[in-house]
Design a protein around this ligand. Structure first.
Ligand SMILES: [Zn+2]
Length: 281
């Protein structure tokens, strides 16, 4: 009814411009909700990567913000747990490392038990914790156990049209040479369309960690990389993003809620408000 009234108003009273925008609005309402490949920011390093059919959640569940970082808002967590669009039919949860601002084993275990088709791709430090929470989800776990210098591994996750290719490599956690015990993984996730993103966890921004894997970076270009924001404000970080990892664009994550001035001045793109979206096409 409202549409009919709008059309009559168009015909009788208003300009072509208004009428054109009414009809564009009608058309956009008819399109599927998610018709492009995109990445939505949920908080800290939590992201939803989707083309509408396939859905990947990176580092979605955690409860510690160490007083500085963005938690995933309750409303988003609720939508994820209740499987509301766009958080329905998630093919995989992909975890970078088992720190409290990226990972909460109890939530991941609870989610996997509720959604038996969803897989978890994570370092063994995370999968072991999930397993001790709930051994019944064992078949949903894709455990990645890598030492420093090990060759990257590739997993194909999901069935048929849902299948994702996930290449993972161990890159030391920020703060090198401290925290060497942390299994931090950089995951490159490719949808069947070829669209690819690189989630870098809490990688340390020194090229000596990345250069041994030159062939790995060359093997596939990422449409978008998601480095922790310190890559934009460290001496070697910008060069790693531009020249090493073979990504067309980079969008910073792990940004403190009070955005550092150095990041603002760096000219780099970054996420800071949950719900923000970057389109890949
Ligand atoms: Zn960390």
């Amino acid at each position: 009814m409202r549409r009919i009234v709008a059309k009559i108003v168009c015909v009788v009273l208003l300009s072509d411009y208004f009428c054109a925008s009414v009809s564009a609005h009608e058309q956009s309402n008819r399109r599927p909700l998610m018709n492009t490949t995109s990445v939505q920011y949920l908080g800290n390093e939590a992201l939803l990567f989707t083309d509408g059919d396939r859905k990947v959640l990176f580092d979605p569940f955690f409860h510690n913000n160490y007083g500085s970082y963005q938690l995933v808002p309750e409303s988003i967590l609720k939508a994820i747990f209740s499987g509301e669009a766009p958080f329905d039919n998630v093919t995989a949860i992909v975890v970078s490392h088992a720190h409290g601002d990226h990972f909460a084993a109890s939530d991941v275990a609870k989610y996997l038990a509720k959604y038996p088709k969803t897989k978890l791709v994570a370092p063994s430090q995370a999968t072991e914790k999930v397993l001790s929470e709930n051994p019944d989800v064992a078949s949903q776990l894709v455990e990645i156990k890598l030492e420093f210098g090990d060759k990257p591994v590739t997993n194909v996750v999901g069935d048929g049209v849902q299948a994702l290719t996930i290449d993972s490599v161990r890159i030391p956690h920020a703060g090198w040479p401290k925290r060497q015990d942390v299994e931090n993984l950089v995951h490159r996730v490719t949808l069947p369309s070829g669209k690819t993103v690189l989630h870098m966890g809490d990688a340390d921004p020194i090229d000596v960690h990345f250069s041994p894997f030159a062939e790995h970076w060359r093997a596939r270009q990422s449409d978008m990389a998601f480095p922790p924001y310190w890559f934009f404000v460290s001496p070697e970080g910008p060069t790693i993003l531009k020249k090493r990892i073979n990504a067309l664009k980079s969008v910073g994550v792990h940004v403190p809620t009070s955005v550092p001035v150095t990041l603002q001045q760096s000219g780099g793109d970054y996420f800071s408000a949950p719900g923000e979206v970057r389109k890949l096409n």
